[in-house]
Design a protein around this ligand. Structure first.
Ligand code: ADP
Length: 309
């Protein structure tokens, strides 16, 4: 399969700060890459280099074979970018803005109406087409940002924190859209929300201090978590500490901690079924009711912390 993104030994300095340090990875059509790392890891710098907004200090990056420095015009045509705080022109209507963006991108003028129409349909913006952008909710503004990123039907799409600040329904919609577009493109999603990785990504790269620390699938990443089982126990509010003190002494439970009102998280070296049976038995013997048990929610977080600590 063709490589749509090829990054080789990429480095970028800001003065003395080495923000990106010898990064290499590639991406094929159909792949959705979760691009993860703690704040300051070099994610935005890498994405800006791919989009041609910053030049690398050394190394190369290619979009569909075009070098982002030497063949910047060709590369830019093939890439769509949703920056973290997408600059939108608040006084423009959605329609005017998307036409404006299409003209700036020098799209064929006869094709602009149909390209805008297609981006509007994909992002569900038809109801607000003639509304000024500044009057839209955050969720709609994000969709306008997405529409401008896909209006030229790019082969490579780079989305910086695409669901940041959205409510659960809006997040779901944006993730569906990413999944719908995935087969036709190579998509890079920078995120710090690990559930997003599960929802949309087929691959994960984690960087730390500008360096690659892992390149794997979400499943491999989870399995690398030292075989830990993580249970989230839902109880009545106010008895978290009591349950923590009941479960803490059990050998095999590596950590037991309250993680919110009525929630206790157990990390365990035992199997999932053994962990559940052991925890339930002890809690029930104390006359406490467990309302629900969630699994694994902490696991990717834990692997992420291990790898980037
Ligand atoms: P991330 O997106 O992963 O949070 P960034 O790429 O924004 O990371 O930043 C990587 C490093 O480069 C950080 O140490 C940051 O402080 C530094 N940095 C980013 N932009 C600039 C800049 N314009 N000038 C100087 N240092 C910068």
């Amino acid at each position: 399969m063709e490589e749509l993104v090829e990054v080789k030994n990429l480095s970028r300095k800001y003065g003395d700060i080495l923000a990106v340090d010898g990064l290499s990875f590639s991406l094929k059509k159909g792949e959705v890459l979760g691009f993860l790392g703690p704040n300051g890891a070099g994610k935005s710098t890498t994405m800006k280099i791919l989009c041609g907004f910053l030049t690398p200090s050394s190394g190369t990056a290619k979009i569909c074979g075009f070098d982002v420095v030497d063949e910047s015009r060709e590369a830019r045509k093939l890439i769509g970018y949703l920056p973290e705080n997408a600059p939108l022109y608040g006084e423009m209507t959605v329609r005017d803005f998307l036409f404006f963006v299409s003209e700036v991108r020098q799209l064929e003028s006869s094709q602009i109406p149909s390209l805008v129409e297609s981006a509007v349909a994909k992002t569900n913006l038809s109801k607000v087409l003639d509304q000024r952008i500044e009057t839209l909710s955050k969720g709609f503004k994000r969709r306008v940002g997405l529409a401008q990123a896909i209006v030229h039907n790019p082969k490579v799409l780079i989305l910086d924190e695409p669901t940041d600040g959205l409510d659960p329904n809006q997040k779901h919609e944006v993730r569906n859209l990413i999944n719908e577009m995935a087969s036709e493109k190579a998509i890079i999603v920078s995120t710090h929300i690990l559930e997003e990785v599960d929802a949309v990504c087929s691959r994960v790269i984690i960087i730390s201090n500008g360096k690659l620390v892992t390149d794997s699938t979400p499943m491999e990443l989870r399995l690398s978590g030292k075989g830990q089982t993580v249970l989230d126990l839902r109880l009545a509010a106010g008895i978290e500490e009591k349950v923590v003190s009941l479960l803490n002494p059990i050998s095999g439970f590596s950590s037991v901690k309250p993680i919110g009102s009525g929630l206790v998280q157990v990390s365990s070296n035992l199997s999932r079924s053994e962990s559940i049976l052991t925890a339930l038995k002890i809690i029930k013997e104390s006359g406490i009711e467990v309302k629900d048990i969630g699994f694994d929610s902490g696991q990717l977080d834990e692997v992420f912390r291990d790898l980037t600590a």
